[in-house]
Design a protein around this ligand. Structure first.
Ligand code: GTP
Ligand code: MG
Length: 182
């Protein structure tokens, strides 16, 4: 299929969430189809790009991976400027990472210069659903969906960066909501 003549769109996506929830792993699985058990904390922020077809249109996702660790939180407003979507990630096995979603969500909106905060597109990922066959889960899907509903119907996906479960679907949704204002 020749898609070279079509208009290209660059979409900026910011990934936020507590340290260790799997932000880097999700991106590595999505872009490189790779997973590593080893934890290497992200310092500062870095991006990867991936081209993807959304409803017959070629878009480039520029996905910014950020550091969850407190001492690296100094990215600031300049970094978030021009974001088209914010992906929030928590670990379904660690309740605290779910509780802090409010902070990540509110901080992001505070730092962005978005004209209409209520309409800004977020997507929530509940990661590590593979762990212990789901037996060590601390946050139910119902609870996560209730939080999403309370925050203006945020799309929700349960994922495993390790097994690649739902990762492509989640980022396709990200690309769709990110391009909705184009
Ligand atoms: P920071 O960079 O500190 O913010 O952490 P992060 O959110 O980028 O987490 P990272 O992707 O580095 O993953 C942390 C640890 O969890 C690593 O040891 C990963 O191998 C592991 N991990 C990530 N995703 C999954 C998953 O879906 N399942 C399992 N079992 N382990 C995962
Ligand atoms: Mg990381």
């Amino acid at each position: 299929m020749d898609i070279s003549h079509r208009k290209r769109t660059l979409l900026k996506v910011i990934v936020l969430g507590d340290s260790g929830v799997g932000k880097t792993s999700l991106m590595n699985q999505y872009v490189y189809k790779k997973f590593s058990q080893q934890y290497k904390a992200t310092i500062g922020a870095d991006f990867v790009t991936k081209e993807i077809l959304v409803d017959d249109k070629l878009v480039t996702l520029q996905i910014w991976d950020t550091a969850g660790q407190e001492r690296f939180h100094s990215l600031g407003a300049a970094f978030y400027r021009g974001a088209d979507c914010c992906v929030l990630v928590y670990d379904v096995n660690i309740h605290k990472t779910f509780d802090t979603l409010n902070n990540w969500h509110d901080d992001f909106l505070k730092q962005t210069d978005t004209e209409n905060p209520d309409a800004f597109p977020f997507v929530l990922l509940g990661n590590k659903v593979d762990v212990d066959g789901g037996n060590s889960r601390r946050v139910t899907e119902k609870k996560a969906r209730e939080w999403c509903a309370s925050r203006g119907n945020i799309p929700y996906f349960e994922t495993s960066a390790k097994e690649g479960y739902n990762v492509d679907d989640a980022f396709l949704c990200v690309a769709k909501v990110a391009s909705q204002n184009e």
